[in-house]
Design a binder for this molecule. Structure first.
Ligand code: SAH
Length: 260
């Protein structure tokens, strides 16, 4: 199987979902509250790895903003375009198919960069380093990222996530990475289990039968379902130890810093 075939299958599994990763509208609103951006006017925010746009829609509802919603997958952006139209938010959300490694924004042009469950594609440190230049001095970074919730973890959990995502770490370690890269942390919270189970894993499990029927008999499709089921069971056994942390930070380290 080629990489393109694998991507096509992943898009087929995820395009009919409200979310392509753990999260929740309430939690996006909490991050908005912590960001301090509610009273600002005429904001320009990029939502990176937006998928079908769950967080972009909340940002457009909650703030006086234009959201540039960026994803590599045009099929996801089409779903967001439709949803934005239906919600009367199409003037506020502009979808852009682009790679997060080379964002199509001028330096110092964004009031905030949002990214839920997507920065792992670049790696947390590489992502925050490369995105910083696009933020105005004092601009806000809001990202959710796989995080250890305890200082000691069961071996099966360590093994799986260290292999899948070597940058998995505790919140204090992630915050230290932010501080070392020109950001001042302003907020942190962990997503509740509901964001994984009710909002992400259970709806995905409900799509497995249709996914297998559309793509079967296919060893590749079956392997994707088996891998997801393994990850879901692992999460269910270990939800006390691993989750998504939501990190809010301000671009700092600039002379003559102005707040947005
Ligand atoms: N933020 C959404 C989607 C998270 S899944 C949500 O929380 O529901 C991760 C997303 O990142 C997917 O939509 C995937 O298409 C996108 N993605 C993966 N690699 C990317 C890259 N290199 N550049 C831009 N987007 C990417």
């Amino acid at each position: 199987m080629t990489g393109a075939d694998h991507l096509r299958l992943l898009v087929d599994l995820h395009r009919h979902a409200a979310r392509q990763g753990p999260g929740g509208d309430e939690e996006t609103r909490l991050a908005v509250a912590l960001s301090g951006l509610r009273s600002a006017k005429g904001l320009k925010i990029a939502d990176i790895g937006c998928g079908t746009g769950a967080s972009a829609l909340v940002l457009a509802q909650e703030l006086d903003v234009t959201v540039a919603a960026v994803d590599l997958v045009p099929e996801f952006l089409q779903v967001l375009d439709r949803a934005a139209g239906q919600a009367g938010l199409d003037e506020r959300i502009e979808t852009r198919s682009a790679a997060m490694e080379a964002l199509p924004f001028p330096d110092r042009s964004l009031d905030a960069i949002w990214s839920e469950g997507a920065i792992y594609n670049m790696g947390f440190a590489a992502g925050i380093q490369s995105w910083r230049r696009h933020l105005k001095p004092g601009g806000i970074l809001a990202v959710s990222e796989l995080t250890w919730l305890t200082s000691e973890r069961p071996a099966e959990l360590e093994r799986h996530w260290r292999e899948q995502y070597p940058e998995v770490a505790t919140a204090s370690a992630k915050i230290a990475v932010l501080e070392a890269n020109g950001y001042a942390p302003i907020g942190y919270f962990a997503l509740p289990e509901r964001c994984w189970l009710e909002n992400y894993y259970r709806p995905m499990q409900a799509r497995f039968a249709g996914f297998l029927a559309r793509n079967g008999p296919s060893a590749a499709a079956s392997a994707i379902v088996a891998a997801e089921e393994f990850e879901i069971a692992l999460y269910e056994r270990n939800a006390a130890h691993v989750g998504y942390g939501y990190y809010l930070a301000r671009r700092t380290g600039d002379r003559h810093q102005v707040r947005p």
